[in-house]
Write a new protein. Structure first.
Length: 86
């Protein structure tokens, strides 16, 4: 199992469920990760368009790109593996 991938998913989920943008220290505390680890993950997610930095702050929020997953999963999307079993 890829630990960095799992950490990134947990971070993305935490941001997506947050009602307001969050800072690195706050996220690190909640997820029990180091600030440097959270920062690296956020920079990776930002470079791929999954999170954005709020202008003039150090806070981050999720972007619509990550919201597409939720919309897709709520419409009954299944993986090819699940479809192949049917």
């Amino acid at each position: 199992m890829d630990k960095a991938f799992i950490k990134g998913l947990r971070l993305l989920e935490t941001l997506a469920l947050s009602e307001q943008p969050r800072g690195v220290t706050d996220l690190a505390s909640e997820l029990k990760l180091t600030k440097s680890n959270v920062h690296r993950l956020l920079m990776t997610l930002q470079s791929q368009g999954y999170v954005r930095q709020i202008p003039h702050t150090a806070c981050m929020s999720s972007r619509p790109r990550s919201g597409r997953w939720a919309a897709t999963s709520s419409t009954g999307w299944t993986s090819s593996t699940s479809r192949d079993r049917q």
